[in-house]
Write a protein that binds this ligand. Structure first.
Ligand code: UDP
Length: 412
């Protein structure tokens, strides 16, 4: 179901919505076209799914186009994706030609919308080649990189950079992810939707049903980490921390992640986790199906402390999700976790299993701190990491970029 801005009033307050409407009025009627490469699956599609209707509701004329391509094109752009994140990937001249050809075919189909739009936001590398083809553009073009391209495999960046540097601006999720480019760069961190299945309030009965389903003991504390089974999420380190805590407190641990995976690395990590867990009945390694949003929501709400002991992390949406549920987070001192966990205020940043255990023990012995830090954590998310802030960033950025600055000042 499409949500409108007014649905968020009870959560963010009328002032925030008023500000969004004001920004929307200044941009009234401006057309914005978002372009990405898939309508479903993945974080970008998830963002566009709410952002396009909310932009329309704010008074803009927003649309969402998806580029099409044969499987080889997506293999190539997957290699771009991996290469931009630092992996060595083989790409030939022919591959770059296929990339340009597919962009060209899509451009022909999308030409009227792209030429006329006041703003075009191109998401990630797949459609980045469209700008070069649009020599009669009216509007501003923005490249939105959703991944960390700070340490790319050089040949991929060398090939892609000429497409990207022609944009009027680019957006990155965090300063650490960016590349130096010859145009303004904006930082727009990710966000969560507080009304999604993953984050909405749940009836106590539903939460309790999940507790029963997984055999969790209501009388003992619970720590939860939700994550893909990936070495960088350090699930084995979480088990080590749990064992240290267990020496002094009857704690239970849930490690919830994706189900049977084709990813050989994921399978190997899961096996390591299962081995480390042994037959301890208080370690619950849960393989959840891909749409288990409400189950994850309930598990996060059942937790006394949320753990995200990553050794490397992009942003860490699981941290945002936990904080929004009023939980303090013991998180790895890395990437976007640092942006979210305000050390000693909304949780603790840690580097080792011993550090994590020390902080978990602190919470279990000072239970009032769980609620105190948890409620600050929720407010930090309300202020900084909900989709309304994300929308405000986009609208502000569009205003900044709109036409001639003097004209803009006059209008404002
Ligand atoms: N998630 C999920 N099922 C799982 C594991 C994770 O739905 O089995 C969700 C999790 O709730 C979060 C997202 O996937 O919304 C993971 O995002 P995050 O930024 O934490 O890590 P990533 O997997 O992107 O590295």
């Amino acid at each position: 179901m499409r949500k409108l801005l007014s649905s968020y009033e009870g959560i963010v307050g009328s002032a925030v919505l008023g500000q969004l409407r004001q920004l929307g009025e200044k941009l009234a009627g401006a057309s914005i076209v978002h372009v990405n490469s898939t309508r479903e699956g993945g974080g970008v599609a998830e963002i566009l799914d709410w952002m396009v209707p909310l932009m329309n509701d704010a008074g803009l004329s927003a649309s969402w186009e998806v580029i099409h391509g044969e499987p080889r094109f997506f293999e190539i752009t997957k290699a771009f994706h991996n290469g931009l994140q630092g992996h060595t990937v083989p790409l030939t001249m022919k591959d770059w030609k296929i990339y340009e050809d597919v962009n060209e075919k899509n451009f022909e189909r999308l030409r009227p919308a792209l030429e006329e739009a006041n703003f075009v936001v191109i998401h990630d590398p797949q459609p980045a080649g469209l700008l070069k083809l649009c020599d009669r553009r009216k509007g501003k073009w923005i490249w939105r990189a959703h991944i960390d391209i700070s340490r790319p495999f050089r040949p991929v960046w060398k090939g892609l950079r000429p497409f990207v540097e022609k944009y009027d601006a680019s957006i990155f999720s965090m300063a650490e992810f960016a590349q130096l480019l010859p145009h303004p760069q904006f930082l727009v961190p990710p966000s969560i939707d507080p009304l999604s299945e993953k984050n909405r309030e749940l009836e106590p009965s539903e939460i309790e049903a999940v507790r029963t389903e997984f055999g969790l003991d209501p009388s003992r504390p619970l720590i939860v980490q939700v994550s893909r089974f990936d070495r960088f999420k350090d699930p084995v380190g979480v088990i080590a921390a749990y064992r240290l805590v267990r020496k002094v407190a009857p704690v239970q641990l849930v490690l919830a992640g994706g189900g049977a995976t084709d990813d050989p690395e994921g399978k190997a990590v899961l096996e390591d986790v299962q081995e480390a867990a042994g037959n301890d009945p208080d370690i619950h390694v849960l393989l959840l199906p891909s749409g288990a949003h409400r189950t994850i929501n309930a598990l996060q709400r059942l937790a006394d402390v949320i753990v995200q002991k990553s050794t490397r992390e992009g942003f860490g949406l699981t941290v945002t999700e936990g904080m929004w549920k009023g939980k303090p987070v013991v998180g790895g001192d890395t990437g976007g976790i640092r942006l979210q966990v305000v050390n000693h205020h909304t949780g603790f940043l840690v580097n080792t299993p011993e550090g994590a255990a020390h902080r978990i023990r602190y919470f279990l012995h000072n239970r009032n701190r769980i609620d105190e830090m948890g409620s600050i954590a929720r407010e930090v998310v309300r202020e900084n990491f909900l989709l309304t802030r994300h929308l405000r960033d986009y609208l502000t950025l569009m205003l900044v970029m709109a036409k001639d600055p003097r004209e803009r000042l006059l209008k404002v």
